[in-house]
Design a protein around this ligand. Structure first.
Ligand code: AMP
Length: 246
């Protein structure tokens, strides 16, 4: 997704250096994205990254990268985390927070950042708050994308991903020309493990229980900005820019 920066520091930790230096900004955008899985947050993250030149700091990407590594190259904590991810459960806060502390260079990045998929629980938000205070960094806004739950479940369970090029389709909203075959490379379309009906239900339950209280947390802190995720990605992006007042 990110052709400007390989996000090496985010994916591998503070010891790794990104391929591109950030463009320093007088007021770096420092944002958190919230929203249930399937709400279209990933697409908005890409648009915001291109628009603002910031990196998308997704904790899910750290775990997905770890999943592709041979087991001997993963730390025990990461191997453990991949197991939780495969089952559609949240990775324990302590593991996620240890990984974040190994990535403080990204929070200090002079280009700003876009946190996606973190924080996911109130304890994670409290820990982030504390870390940002220690580092003297101020969050600008928490963008909360919303959609009715049934719309989300339909979107996720109909999603199909190309095994080869990873292009994303949808059985009804964006069907491929030939069923189960990628329009772009002819690869086989599959249902991602975490888009299977059991995992979708589990993810929604986990979201309701653990992540929704974050909305209240950030509302109380006065930095929550709620945005409707109905309509095209471009329309949602326009709403986002209007809310950020840029
Ligand atoms: P995502 O791509 O954000 O949906 O994340 C994929 C999976 O990674 C989630 O279903 C969780 O298992 C795990 N994960 C990602 N971020 C977190 C987090 N902040 N806390 C706990 N688990 C996480």
């Amino acid at each position: 997704m990110n052709n400007r920066n390989d996000r090496a520091t985010w994916i591998k930790g503070n010891a790794a250096t990104c391929c591109t230096a950030p463009k320093p900004r007088a007021r770096p955008p420092r944002l958190v994205l919230l929203g249930a899985p399937g709400v279209g947050k990933g697409t908005q993250a890409e648009l915001l990254c291109s628009g603002f030149g910031v990196c998308q700091l997704s904790t899910g990407d750290i775990f997905r990268a770890a999943k592709c590594l041979p087991e001997v190259e993963r730390s025990p904590a990461l191997t453990d985390a991949v197991g939780y991810m495969k089952r559609g459960d949240l990775v324990p806060d302590t593991t996620v927070l240890d990984l974040l502390r190994e990535r403080t260079r990204c929070l200090n990045c002079r280009g700003g950042f876009l946190l996606d998929g973190f924080p996911r629980t109130v304890p994670q938000a409290e820990a982030l708050n504390q870390l940002l205070e220690e580092e003297k960094i101020r969050l600008e806004a928490v963008l909360n994308y919303t959609l009715p739950i049934q719309t989300i479940v339909d979107r996720l369970s109909g999603r199909r991903t190309c095994q080869e090029c990873k292009a994303v389709f949808h059985v009804s909203a964006r069907p491929p020309r030939v069923a189960e075959v990628c329009d772009h490379c002819g690869g086989k379309l599959i249902q991602r493990e975490d888009d299977l009906p059991e995992a979708v239900e589990r993810r929604m339950l986990v979201y309701e229980q653990s992540t929704k209280p974050l909305v209240e947390y950030y509302r109380d802190h006065g930095i929550l900005r709620t945005i409707s995720a109905e309509g095209s990605p471009e329309r949602i992006y326009e709403r986002t820019l209007a809310i950020l007042d840029v």
